[in-house]
Design a protein around this ligand. Sequence first.
Ligand code: C2E
Ligand code: CA
Ligand code: CA
Length: 510
Amino acid sequence: MPLKAKTRSRSTRIAVTLISGLLPVLLGAAILYMQAGRALKQDAEQTAEEAIRQFDLMLDNNAQAARELLPLAGQSCGEVTLALREQVTRRPFVRSTNLVWDNNLYCSSLFGDYQEKVNPGDYTQGALWLLSGNPVTPNTAVLVYRLSEGNKGALSTLDGYHLINTLRLIGGNTLLVLQVGPDWISADGKVHTGTAPDLPVAQSHLTSGRYAFAVEAGFPKGETWRYIRSEYPPLLSLLIFFGVIAGAIGHVLQKRSSAPTQEMQRALEASEFIPYFQPVVHGDSKSWSGAEVLMRWQHPKEGLVRPDLFIPFAEHSGLIVPMTRSLMRQTAALLAPQSASFNKPFHIGINITASHCQDLELVKDCREFLDAFEPGSIHLVLELTERELIEPTAITLQLFEQLRELGVKIAIDDFGTGHSSLGYLRQFNVDFLKIDQSFVAMIGVDTLSSHILDSIIELAVKLDLALVAEGVETREQSDYLSVHQVNFLQGYLFGKPMPGAEFISALSDH
Ligand code: C2E
Ligand code: CA
Ligand code: CA
């Protein structure tokens, strides 16, 4: 089969194959990416919630210590040192306790009597202050809890060790940051001032409902892909599998659809589509009244190819229009020099597809064809199959009007197999009906079909249309059609489709 031949543009084919393979993979990967993003976001939120819970719990101990000590503020340090130390000893997470009078720290669990100014403005919401260290442990962060009432004040400190430990342990893969007012601390234990930097992936921000701090949780850059690789390996393999299958299907499909088109394009350029001519005779005298031009493909390897094997591909790809144009030019070149010997007017039938009638190009093709012949020597007949009728639009009606002005005739091919209406026949100014060969074949065989044949003949007479019967193979069929006044006959009985040279030499005999 000629249309199985190899195609040329490999790069386009490879590109389309790659696209059809990559598309499902990319789409699937995008869905997995979104899914992974959602899972990470949920993970970050849960981690942030857990961190808030832990920090609240630690601060509860400091708050409790401060609450118990606050009433003692104002008493002399000697009297209260024991109480201060007792809180440190009894309560977890409390590293030191201090009493304040009139914004002056005057007593500490560590040093007893002490003097230091307290600035309430240092404390977020007057209650929490994150420091990078204090005089005792200058390199360890400290979180100070402050409680005050009038002149009285109590401070309770939380060791940064616990904060860092919590940030590290709860965090795991997650990056965690504790923000207290303008200061923040991350798992590396360093206290910074300013807003914590954005976390690259799935950042989640949560504020404690009870104390003046917030937590940021998120993941480092590239975490989404790392997550996909570790959590969805079966889905990833399935995606790649689908990609390969889709690529293969794309490859096969385009090979199937583009190969015939490219092969026909090559054949067109190599002038392998040639006209064959089948005589059409007068119904009464049986003298040659013209010919139908039938396309053949002179394939270099496959030999002569029948039109029904390649015309459908040509119609599908749109190549039928240039192919018909080439056929008309070859026909004109072969027959125009014979104009003098024609039985005038000589009918030349050309098969036209509906797609050729979508613009006015056909008028140009017909004018070029007619101009090649001696004026008045031929009738150009365009054969339009009834199975594929042309839509009556403004442009097609204009086209047929212009064709009529040129003197071009219209024949409805395969008449009886489609569904043209009387209105249609009038609208397009049809001149000939070509009775489909299936009805001719039934003459003397099937009474029902010959009834249909009789009504087609009757209809043509009523509409004043000329009739051509196709596929006349026997004398009986020929006689029947002649008796019934069918104007023209075509079939193997009078001549098979033949190459140009053979047709021209036979023409002189008739
Ligand atoms: P069609 O237009 O109905 O052409 C008549 C077909 O009947 C031709 O087949 C012809 O060889 C065949 N035929 C003629 N007399 C007899 C007969 O006595 N007995 C039998 N059994 N068959 C007969 P062909 O040449 O194979 O063409 C087949 C179809 O291909 C055509 O049917 C037409 O629809 C299409 N075709 C041919 N050439 C062209 C073309 O240039 N353009 C377009 N669009 N279609 C074409
Ligand atoms: Ca035809
Ligand atoms: Ca036909």
